[in-house]
Design a protein around this ligand. Structure first.
Ligand code: ZN
Ligand code: ZN
Ligand code: FE
Length: 734
């Protein structure tokens, strides 16, 4: 006797080939009925023998398309129905927040065709199917259909149209479907198609630098083994010091360059295909890739074009955004001096940089393949919101009810171009999700460009920076308030008008109480001291809260030392900061590891790199009560560090001891300050894997439950999500 069941599947099930998959599964089991998209989920009406229906439901999760993420499957019995066959029903516009499918790395089936000389898409750089290909980067409007993508200008040939219309074909309703006859085409130096690709390949093989139109913007590509090519690429885009990511052909090549565990390999080969930061192996790469760093960023080809380039060149390639300095990645043309531009005629609608995840699963940058991501807020917002984020590593978050849409990485809001990029991305995402924000949420810092952007809105809410960091972690894990927040970063505006950055907060989603902090030190020259770690070392040792520094010498040079000392003694242009990031800077400077922070966090990364392979007991440190707060005194630690250095202790061992000190001080601060047992680790300093691991294990030994950002970045890219969670909760209880 046949039964009928109503099945709803939630999660990432649209734009990933889910309906054709359901059709194939149902047909193979003799199930009759239909499948359709509804709002953000998929609805199935299935009729068949109960045993077959059971197999069908379990098969939905077991053999789902690689890119699909099944959130929740609900099954309800219905009165028996008698449908004929199994149909895919056209999407009905339904309520709920529409989800934009992310771009998906080339699937195994398409890859096989790409390199099969007998296939009609042999060496075609735009091959894709319902399980892979461009999505968010080509979508102009929803629902997701070819006419509302940048593929609308390409008329399908009969062969493609037949595949597109055949429910049994894996290209059934593959909106960007294309072939060499009807699809986009490459261009390079006056030639088109495969000769263009071959010509560009030759230029790169000869040590040249080519701009390549990628998925979410133009990229610069050169040989990652060729020292000169890498140095030139750095000069061309004015990128000094900051590590470059390397694209390799396959998992084997990746494992030759970095230590990658099974979870890292799973990340690398996922449909999002992010850059994975993992401990590097000594080897063949040019020194200019990531000198002095523990980690190397590796990733795999994620478009057919990347696969073809890697296949032709058979060596690791630098693949990085083709922008100058901090400006946004270009979408239409490249304004850098390159040896050629490998262009094509499929327009890029939205900019998506490559995503970056640190081995172990901490998201550093959420962009292509990972965003826009819809997260549930712990407290729904009574009104639609726009949270504008911070200044550096900017992102924004849009909120409708309990749904928070985290937008892609925009970059450092430093100039008019990034400002424009913010506006364009915001306009597109708010349009696609149909969210018209009633309230803008911003940081307390009046100088952030994001704060000024928020001022365009008549209704605003200001949220403290470190409260946002902590709330971002708590909201990602839906923690019950109250929770302790350990927020360590470079600088953020405190509610007392001073800079914070080494904070212990007791927080809920609506408010917080500051329980502890790092000791304060003057920043000689203001935020310009961020660039010069040696200035911070002087600041701590000569102007810290407890002045007791013995005579010492700086390992790193500081040409204007006398001037700086006078600034500190007179208190001229020396704002104080209680920052963990600045203490890392000072330690790195005193160990001779870093003269100039060429990019945010460089000194701390070098310090972490130096500590690799060393174990050590903590240096000296003190925790004191001052004005009702627990204060960890960083000066005591730095003085001990200088003594160890002058005793000739190896730098690596001292660096390890410094990490152990911060971990020990953090744990004691949490134990002393409160009896709340849940701790959120937040802020950019926790991108430091060693520190994160030490603090977590020691807190867990002390009986705390510890959380940190996984999908939401712990750095300032997660600030907008934290702002959103706080504003929603405040408005809900107002
Ligand atoms: Zn595919
Ligand atoms: Zn075609
Ligand atoms: Fe921050």
């Amino acid at each position: 006797m046949d039964a009928t069941r109503h099945i709803e599947v939630r999660g990432l099930v649209q734009g990933v080939g889910f309906r054709p998959f359901v059709h194939r599964l149902a047909t193979s089991l003799g199930i009759r009925g239909q499948v359709r998209n509804a709002g953000g989920h998929v609805v199935i009406e299935a009729t068949g023998a109960p045993a077959d229906l059971d197999a069908f439901v379990s098969g939905l999760e077991r053999v789902k398309p690689a890119a699909a993420r099944i959130g929740q499957v609900s099954v309800a019995e219905r009165p028996p129905d008698h449908p004929e066959g199994f149909a895919i029903v056209e999407s009905a516009e339904a309520g709920g927040l529409p989800e934009i499918p992310p771009d998906l790395a080339t699937c195994a089936d398409c890859l096989r065709e790409l390199f099969d000389p007998a296939d009609r898409r042999y060496r075609y750089p735009f091959v894709n199917c319902t399980a892979c290909g461009p999505r968010a980067t080509i979508i102009e409007a929803l629902p997701y259909d070819r006419v509302r993508t940048s593929m609308r200008g390409f008329v399908m040939c009969p062969a493609c149209a037949a595949e597109y219309d055949d429910p049994a074909d894996r290209r059934f309703h593959a909106e960007p479907i294309a072939c060499p006859r009807c699809g986009p085409r490459l261009r390079f130096a006056g030639v088109t198609g495969d000769p263009a690709l071959r010509a560009a390949t030759e230029v790169i093989a000869a040590g040249g630098m080519v701009a390549v139109k990628g998925l979410g913007g133009f990229q610069l590509v050169c040989d990652a083994v060729n020292e000169e090519a890498v140095a030139r690429l750095r000069r061309t885009k004015d990128r000094r010091g900051k590590p470059l990511a390397v694209m390799v052909r396959d998992v084997t090549a990746a494992c030759a360059l970095a230590h990658l565990g099974p979870p890292d390999l799973a990340l690398l080969t996922s449909a999002a295909a992010p850059i994975v930061l993992a401990p590097r192996r000594r080897g063949m790469l040019a020194a200019g890739i990531c000198d002095g760093m523990t980690d190397l960023g590796v990733f795999l080809p994620y478009t057919p074009l990347h696969h073809l380039l890697l296949d032709g060149l058979r060596r690791p390639l630098v693949v990085t955004s083709a922008n100058y300095a901090d400006s946004p990645m270009p979408l239409e043309r490249v304004n850098l001096e390159v040896d050629g531009v490998l262009d094509h005629d499929r327009p890029i609608v939205s900019r998506y940089d490559d995503s970056v995840i640190r081995a172990g699963g901490t998201t550093i940058r959420a962009a292509r393949g990972l965003t826009p991501a819809v997260h549930r807020l712990p407290v729904p917002s009574p009104e639609p919101l726009l949270a504008v984020g911070a200044q550096l590593k900017n992102t924004f978050t849009l909120v409708d009810g309990d749904r928070a849409v985290l937008g892609p990485h925009i970059g450092d809001l430093s100039d008019a171009e990034t400002h424009d990029a913010f506006d364009t991305t915001l306009e597109r995402l708010s349009g696609l999700h149909r969210i018209t924000p009633a309230v803008a949420v911003h940081d307390l810092h009046p100088g952030y460009l994001s704060t000024r952007i928020a001022q365009r809105h008549p209704r605003r809410l200001a949220v403290q920076h470190h409260h946002s960091h902590v709330a971002a972690v708590a909201a990602e894990h839906h923690l019950e308030p109250p929770f302790l927040g350990v927020a360590y970063d470079g600088l953020g505006m405190g509610d007392d008008g001073t800079f914070w950055g080494g904070e212990l907060l007791l927080a809920t989603y609506t408010g917080y109480e500051r329980l502890g902090r790092f000791s304060r030190a003057p920043m000689p020259g203001g935020t310009s001291a961020v660039r010069r770690p040696a200035r911070m070392a002087l600041g701590y040792l000569l102007g810290g809260e407890t002045f007791q520094a013995p005579p010492f010498r700086l390992a790193a040079g500081l040409p204007d030392r006398e001037v700086i000392e006078h600034m500190i003694w007179r208190g001229v242009n020396c704002p104080a900061a209680s920052s963990a990031g600045r203490l890392f800077d000072a330690a790195a400077a005193l160990l001779g590891l870093c003269d100039v922070n060429r990019f945010e966090g460089e000194a701390a990364m070098l310090l972490e790199g130096a500590a690799a392979g060393h174990e050590a007991e903590p240096l000296a440190w003190r925790l004191e009560r001052r004005d009702g707060l627990w204060v960890y005194d960083g000066v005591a630690t730095l003085i001990d560090l200088v003594a160890a250095r002058d005793d000739g202790e190896p730098v690596g061992k001292i660096a390890a001891a410094f990490h152990a000190t911060i971990a020990a001080a953090t744990v004691l601060m949490c134990e002393r300050a409160s009896d709340v047992g849940t701790v959120c680790l937040a802020g950019g300093v926790f991108q430091n894997r060693r520190l994160g691991a030490e603090v977590t294990s020691q807190l867990e030994c002390a009986g705390f439950e510890v959380f940190t950002g996984r999908q939401i970045p712990v750095n300032d890219a997660g600030i907008s999500f934290g702002q959103a969670a706080i504003a929603a909760a405040r408005l809900a209880c107002a």
